[in-house]
Design a binder for this molecule. Structure first.
Ligand SMILES: [Zn+2]
Ligand SMILES: [Zn+2]
Length: 172
């Protein structure tokens, strides 16, 4: 997907976002410099900026020294590109960072500070994937444990039930 050419409206605070030109990737990011400090990525833009090693100096410079408005992060946001409701998603397995994502056009919105936080958590994409795998295994593991427990309970109940039948019908 191409960059949005028009200035877009911030999905969090409604202010007009500014274009910040990023040298390394050659793309322009939409940043809410007059409002909440949020960053909007259209389409696949984010993959150029989510790793610690990728350069975001222009973005840092643009955001530096400014005070940004607080926004209500629990509110459902509307994608400024296509008008669909955005969905809250964890970008970090550690689950401290929730961003807004548009499943229709692939855009993502980061509240102020979230991108830096995410970049700091993992040095590389590989680290992130490993963490993701580890936590997925953990989750599946606990599901299997729960299932096993349920099976055992079912079995226990069945044997109790059979004993009851024995008692009722055979008087044992
Ligand atoms: Zn904003
Ligand atoms: Zn969209």
């Amino acid at each position: 997907m191409n960059d949005t050419i028009e200035n877009i409206t911030c999905p969090a605070c409604g202010k007009t976002m500014h274009k910040v030109y990023m040298q390394e990737s050659g793309s322009a990011l939409d940043v809410c410099l007059d409002g909440c400090g949020g960053i909007f990525f259209d389409g696949q833009e984010l993959k150029h900026f989510d790793e610690h090693s990728e350069n975001i100096d222009e973005l840092k410079n643009a955001l530096e020294g400014k005070n940004f408005e607080k926004t209500d992060e629990t509110q459902t946001r509307i994608c400024p590109v296509c008008g669909n409701n955005m969905v809250k998603n964890n970008v970090s397995i550690k689950k401290e960072i929730t961003i807004d994502e548009c499943y229709n056009c692939g855009s993502k919105f980061f509240d102020h500070g979230e991108l830096t936080k995410m970049r700091e958590q993992y040095a590389t994409e590989k680290d992130r994937q490993q963490d993701f795998l580890a936590s997925t295994y953990e989750e599946i593991g606990s599901k299997i444990d729960a299932l096993e427990l349920q099976n055992q309970m079912n079995r226990a109940n069945r044997s109790r039930f059979l004993k009851l039948l024995d008692k009722v019908f055979l008087g044992r």
